[in-house]
Ligand binder design. Sequence first.
Ligand SMILES: Nc1nc2c(c(=O)[nH]1)N[C@H]1C(S)=C(S)[C@@H](COP(=O)(O)OP(=O)(O)OC[C@H]3O[C@@H](n4cnc5c(=O)[nH]c(N)nc54)[C@H](O)[C@@H]3O)O[C@H]1N2
Ligand SMILES: Nc1nc2c(c(=O)[nH]1)N[C@H]1C(S)=C(S)[C@@H](COP(=O)(O)OP(=O)(O)OC[C@H]3O[C@@H](n4cnc5c(=O)[nH]c(N)nc54)[C@H](O)[C@@H]3O)O[C@H]1N2
Ligand SMILES: [Mo]
Length: 758
Amino acid sequence: MSAEEETVHYEGPAGGWGSLRGIARIFGREWNSPAVTRTLMRQNKPGGFMCVSCAWTKPANYHAFEFCENGAKATLWELTTLRCTPEFFEKHTLSELRTWKDYDLEQQGRLTHPLRYDAQSDKYVPCEWDEAFAAIGAELRHLDPKSVIFYASGRASLETAYLYALFGRLYGHNNLPDSSNMCHETTSVALKKIIGASVGTCIYEDFQNCDAIFFFGQNPGTNSPRLLHPLQDAAKRGVKIVTFNPVRERGLETFVNPQDLEEMITGDATRISCQYHQVKAGGDIAALLGICKYVLAAEEKLWRESNRHVLDLNFIEAHTHGFGEFANKLRALTWEEIEAESGLPRTALEEAAQVYIDSERVIGIYGMGLTQHVHGAENIAMLVNLLLMKGNIGRDGAGVSPIRGHSNVQGQRTVGISEKPELVPLDKLGKMFGFKPPREKGMNTVETCEGLRAGKVKAFIGLGGNFVRAIPERDEMEAAWTKMRLTVQIATKLNRSHIVHGEVAYLLPCLGRSEEDIQASGPQVVTIEDSLSCIHGSRSTYKPASEHLKSEVAIVAGLAKTTLPPNPKVKWDEWVDDYAKIRDLIEETYPEEFRDFNARMFTPGGFYRGNSARERIWKTESGKADFTTPSMISASGIGNAPGRYRLITMRSNDQFNTTIYGNSDRLRGIEGSRDVLLINPDEMRNAGLQSGQIVSLVSDAEDGVHREVGGLAVTPFALPAGCLGAYYPETNALIPLWYHDQASKTPAAKDVPVRIRV
Ligand SMILES: Nc1nc2c(c(=O)[nH]1)N[C@H]1C(S)=C(S)[C@@H](COP(=O)(O)OP(=O)(O)OC[C@H]3O[C@@H](n4cnc5c(=O)[nH]c(N)nc54)[C@H](O)[C@@H]3O)O[C@H]1N2
Ligand SMILES: Nc1nc2c(c(=O)[nH]1)N[C@H]1C(S)=C(S)[C@@H](COP(=O)(O)OP(=O)(O)OC[C@H]3O[C@@H](n4cnc5c(=O)[nH]c(N)nc54)[C@H](O)[C@@H]3O)O[C@H]1N2
Ligand SMILES: [Mo]
């Protein structure tokens, strides 16, 4: 049997009929209603509503259906007809609900009423909004603001995010962690340090003008399917897409555009990647060092032989810092070291390097495969090193392009949600609202968990998200969570973070972005920022799930009003009545980025907020773009040991983070269960395991802590030697809290040290 036949895999292309069947299987009838169809047709178009799924850009030249399989799933999940009412909570205690699976909790549908935890019955009971706001305000007034966390998941609008951050600072802290602390914080820290801009430098046109794309650790087929459109166009133009990923992801292999009738009928799939390198998890620093080493050798050879250059020496001279040291490192490294750590042969890396040498304009794309590592920042720095060698930043058709996760996660940071006070215009806020903003650094996600452990965190407000499910070290954290005095969750659907709770607990149901939001001045618009730094207005006319829901803006304002003393410059009611006034505040705070905000928010394709690195203005310490010489060759935080594997925690095609839509991971051929352990067939045999055998994973982090996740079915899958795959969030109990990127504290979820226990 060939290795291919032996493993679980999927033969069809990404997209195609499978994607339509994928939607129909989950939503059946629901997806046929005229109101739902109308809403989907307006998704991601100017004047319509912006998808709640991923952050990929919404181009001006949109398709008839500018939504994808997973965007449609996310919208339909929000527009479901199922309701999670007070009657449901009357029937179930929270102790009982804690034994439920994530899927079954969310499957109850949309939350309809504000709820208060009643300790006597161990149930959530309905309450009035005013009662909830008053009680929460009273609790917050009694607590030390420094002991309170205001978490945000990256979905809430710019308007909500701005007010939420303002509320936090008026209250007296910078404790504003965000889902991005588990995601692209590595990007924000690394890019800021080396190119002086914390976000990607590419715009949409770059994808139309590039000659090659180097693609690291991002899975567009599942996580940003609309990115497959420009990738397909690029591949058809002959752009060379060179991919590095331990998993052979279908979306990076072949794609049939479900929007293209002819392709759908003929089944003509486009090949996406021209080279696919199954790098070992944590092996990207080594792989990139190998590529850079070959490029440098090619430069030295060409110069010797014909006095010409491979590198852009003018750019390196005028715009960068640290090249000499980096070049010395490349010369000193041996190919043996590079091959051992990357898991790739020298010839494969040379082949990739040759594409880089031959291409005039190159884009580097990446996702969680680079950011979620102990040396994630060095992963990103190495990709930037490669790009800098030929001046591929700040030029048309070139640049670095991190693919963001949540639909407005980048924007929330832009408008002030940050635990890092130095990134926020505090003086300006102080003047605008007549107060002294707190200067002390706030807690990020990992620090919040450390604070919980130490008993320093007394209250947690969650603006969306599912914190206890998303974080590492789950078992210890869930226990610590219940020691808090107050937990408040603002949410659309029931999840684990609502039923693990503090002494006083409230669950506040909000409108989703796909629903109509009417306030005193009429229907409201909200705005978001996408992965390419374009700002879009979003408006929906869909009838809300319940008449008792409030908008996130109204909930944040409601909480702030009962918590803070009156301040004539802070006009919560006026802002809730008309969100255009909040946009005016955003413009006043960030005049360069948000000029004429209200007038420009429906610009087709969004309006671009600009990027200094794209203009080759380097706001770094050296005043230039920095070459980084990594002191390590592996992104892994812990050495190799016999029996130790690197566990990759993965997303399936049927989930959005902790929201599980179903048990199909179609594009990987895994059906029916998420409780699987993916392993290379040779490795499986070497470990004496059999396909289908049920095993446990135990932590091998050498810190004496027992962490275990059991009930996993061994599944042969084409992974590099030494790597395992299993799903997030089920396996989060295996990630030590201390195991995170050194620069940004992003948990290292893509290389978790484990052993298999039979
Ligand atoms: N449908 C759907 N869409 C989503 C989400 C979702 O859960 N479902 N989540 C949203 C969010 S918040 C985010 S952040 C993004 C996440 O989107 P991605 O960035 O794509 O995140 P992952 O799927 O976790 O992992 C990305 C890829 O990294 C690869 N990988 C793992 N380890 C390594 C490594 O060491 N090196 C390399 N080169 N590759 C590696 C994995 O095989 C995988 O293909 O998607 C967003 N969009
Ligand atoms: N092991 C491992 N752990 C990971 C990751 C990984 O790859 N591996 N990925 C990390 C990443 S990239 C991220 S971003 C985090 C995700 O962490 P979070 O962002 O905290 O989690 P989500 O699962 O996206 O949150 C889902 C919940 O959000 C609520 N919700 C949905 N829509 C709305 C809305 O419009 N408003 C409000 N207020 N609430 C809403 C619903 O109640 C839903 O249950 O997980 C991280 N954790
Ligand atoms: Mo994310």
